[in-house]
Design a protein around this ligand. Sequence first.
Ligand code: FMN
Length: 404
Amino acid sequence: MSTATDRKMIFEPSETRTIKLRNRIIRSATHEGLADEHGYPTDKLLKTYEVLARNEVGCIITGFAGIMQNGRSNSHNMLMIDNDSFIDSYRRITEKMHELHTPVILQIAHCGRQTRSKITGLPTVAPSALRDTSYNEDIPKELSEQEISEITDGFANATLRAKKAGFDGVQLHLAHGYLLAQFLSSYTNRRTDQWGGSTGNKFRIIAEIFRKAKHLAGDFPIWVKMNAHDGRKGGMTLTEAVEIAKMLEHAGCAAIEVSCGVFEDGLYTVRGEKIPVDAAFKYNFRYKSLPGIVHGIAKLTVPLFSKKIKPYDDYNVDHAAEIRKNVKIPVIVVGGIRSVDSIKAIIAEGKADYVSMCRPFIIEPNIARKFKEGSQAESKCIRCNYCAIGSEENALRCYNGKLK
Ligand SMILES: Cc1cc2nc3c(=O)[nH]c(=O)nc-3n(C[C@H](O)[C@H](O)[C@H](O)COP(=O)(O)O)c2cc1C
């Protein structure tokens, strides 16, 4: 149970540049699948955010919103922000959130090679022409100078649209193997021109986005979500992530959220004890068409041969702490945070300025309030991860380990 001192530390309002947060518990970006088929937010999405806000979440980061059509996700009904017609549709959300004293940040993203041309209707693009084995379909087209410039314009324009729509800031998605993470990681960026090679070159696309976005949107807050490491051979390491964090600060970033992993090893990012094999056979486009006998065999064998990715709790905290030592801007940590005691320790020990959670808010949208009131000390999420797999075909929901 949380004591009065814990509550003060976690639940007092705080300020980060121009954003006043209600408390130190943030809803991390969570794809809700509650856009319409064109990417406009629906009433159901507004309702979802309203429930979080009425239950005292400190701040909401939206599910990822696509900045270009070729960067759309394979997940069900992703939000979009790729032209000005989206501005008014998001204003309904920002107005309601402000009425409820809850800041709301729009996460903006381009999926790069982590999507399928069958979904986007366009060729898949990436820094280098390397196939993503989790989709195993397209060999992405290596982006040209001109196309990179269009992408940096796309992020800058999306930032301006977010400002006009009344968001409190944007968060650039530099994590989980999406396009900007593909540039930052030598695992996916094999370029030998000015966009690849050294850390400075790999970061160039991000620096360009900050430069263009600041030119268009002035001092509007730009946060990022980045990987501290991606678990890939030759990929992002903590040492390089620290360098990138310093570059982000220099570029004018307002806050850094620390995560890890790529789609090819999704359980590195979204950890759980069991591999969600049955959910994959029900909802994943690659596995669901396989014959029943394969499903049966896989259900028995996959758990035996899969490597367990541990720890399951607080798995980015030490990395966030290392990054925080090297920058002066606020650091947020996400990944397996599920109890008041953890949150208290992270904040009290100065490992991060804020914590963010995703799955605990799916099963209990009122978890922040329960933590504050002291009526519950730990999330009820069992980390079945069916929510993550199910989002390929369905709107977000908690399955609590049951597919029916
Ligand atoms: C259903 C689902 C949807 C997600 N959507 C996003 C997203 O849109 N953007 C993002 O940066 N991370 C996304 N994530 C990752 C989470 O934000 C978070 O980094 C990860 O789940 C670990 O945090 P947790 O242990 O609190 O769930 C998603 C995760 C899940 C389970």
